[in-house]
Design a protein around this ligand. Structure first.
Ligand SMILES: C[S@@+](CC[C@H](N)C(=O)[O-])C[C@H]1O[C@@H](n2cnc3c(N)ncnc32)[C@H](O)[C@@H]1O
Length: 431
């Protein structure tokens, strides 16, 4: 009986702590009574008053009440929505501290996997206002629709009218989209809105909400006309096929000079600058390889640039992406393609052994099984692209344990001010 009230008091009264470091999700970490507390929006050295709350992982989540004494790396966030909007986690740091933290995510993941003495290159940085693809939440309440990113740890939607992350072409559509949804949606409706800016113009995909009837479709088509949107589509859920409502111009991206059509909602690197940095690092990684396997190829971000100098076999699990890539490659005799689930059915060591280099770019879960097969294959050069340093380090360890040398790691920051960091790594087979 005596412990319960004491616990309640520990989690509900404001307390003062000093932040030691920033954790992997961008929250400050402090010690409170021997337990770790996660304090959002803080920097190392901040003396803060917090309200400890619910358990989170190995510690407690806390709410920041006041910064009593700022740490040396605290800076004024450039965006007025920062702190409420959940789209960015790290605008309250000086630029140097921000860049150092991002690079440290990679270095720390490597050292946790006991991969030490690795040459981690300086981070390739991309500018703000360069995100060419973003998904926003939208809802209509009390007669007005709001479109934005979710607020921090909340399902409420933050106002992001001045968002500094997305391309100006996306930002310009946010207000008109809000007005459209205010006019169209019933109160209580909620949906996701994905906007991508591609060659051909903006591409808008609505996911969820009420199925548009004839009137709504006419209104959406008129909106596409007014706003010069190249294509506007709707789908019931992320797994349903998109239905085009307005298709005014063909949309594509250009990879290595090849125009590749883009289906609504297709995976693309988040920014053109980020894509260019990843492609440069991949091309440098494969060097003069003549025969390359591109695993988890998507629409061919790396396939087509590599195909300028090499024979490329692109493998991808998503049917739509594979169909698009194959169609775009039909005039390139040096590109072959295969649709395959690389988690369930990874390329085998003997299949891989006919290549000079393998590139693999899995989703956040990494590619444990495929890495094991690559490790067995002895393929001379392996280039890994990853959006998750932790799963990358796990997979890298599989390769180094079987004799591969991890020669270089290049971090790429294309999700500016988020806690995400990507990387490209090059491995060479022993001997
Ligand atoms: C991070 S994206 C990279 C795509 C591409 N390399 C690019 O840069 O645009 C990961 C890709 O892996 C694909 N993928 C996810 N799970 C897969 C699986 N089990 N087997 C094969 N491909 C898969 C996704 O469809 C997606 O295209």
């Amino acid at each position: 009986m005596a412990r319960r009230p004491q616990r309640k008091a520990r989690t509900q009264a404001p307390v003062e702590v000093t932040v030691g470091e920033i954790g992997a999700r961008g929250d400050g970490l402090a010690d409170y009574g021997g337990r770790r507390v996660y304090v959002p929006l803080t920097v190392p050295g901040d003396r803060v008053r917090i309200l400890p709350g619910e358990p989170r992982g190995d510690g407690i989540a806390a709410r920041l009440l006041d910064v009593l004494e700022p740490g040396p790396d605290r800076a004024v966030p450039p965006c007025s929505h920062f702190g409420i909007c959940g789209g960015c986690a790290l605008q309250h740091l000086t630029d140097g501290a921000y860049a150092g933290w991002k690079r440290a995510q990679v270095v720390t993941a490597l050292s946790r996997a006991k991969l030490t003495g690795i040459d981690v290159a300086p981070t390739v940085r991309t500018p703000p206002a360069s995100r060419r693809r973003a998904t926003f939440a939208a809802t209509r309440r009390s007669g007005r629709a709001t479109l934005g990113f979710n607020e921090r740890q909340s399902h409420r939607i933050a106002d992001i009218s001045g968002c500094l992350v997305v391309e100006p072409g996306i930002r310009a559509l946010l207000g008109p989209l809000e007005d459209l949804l205010t006019a169209m949606l019933p109160d209580g409706a909620a949906l996701d809105v994905t906007v991508a800016v591609l060659e051909g113009g903006p591409d808008v995909l609505l996911t969820g909400g009420p199925e548009p009837g004839l009137d709504a479709r006419e209104r959406l088509a008129a909106f596409a006309e007014e706003q010069d949107i190249a294509r506007l589509s709707w789908r019931r859920s992320p797994s349903s096929p998109p239905e085009p409502v307005a298709a005014r111009r063909p949309l594509h991206v250009r990879f290595g000079g090849t125009a590749v059509p883009v289906e609504p909602g297709a995976f693309l690197q988040a920014s053109g600058e980020g894509e260019a940095a990843l492609v440069d690092a991949v091309l440098a990684g494969v060097g003069g390889a003549r025969k390359v396997a591109d695993l988890f190829a998507g629409l061919g971000t790396f396939t087509f640039p590599m195909a300028r100098t090499a024979t490329v076999h692109a493998v991808e699990g998503d049917a739509s992406a594979m169909a698009t890539l194959s169609a775009a490659a039909r005039t390139l005799p040096n590109v072959t393609t295969a649709r395959r689930d690389l988690f369930e059915d990874p390329l085998t060591a003997s299949e891989l052994s006919r290549f000079d280099a393998v590139v693999f770019d899995p989703p956040r879960a990494g590619a444990r099984e495929q890495s094991t097969r690559i490790a067995e294959s002895g393929v001379p050069v392996v280039v890994a692209v990853s959006c998750n340093p932790a799963t990358f380090a796990r997979d890298a360890r599989i390769l180094t344990d079987s004799g591969y040398r991890l020669e270089s790691v290049t971090p790429v920051d294309q999700f500016v001010w988020s806690a995400h960091i990507e990387l490209v790594a090059r491995f060479r087979a022993a001997g």
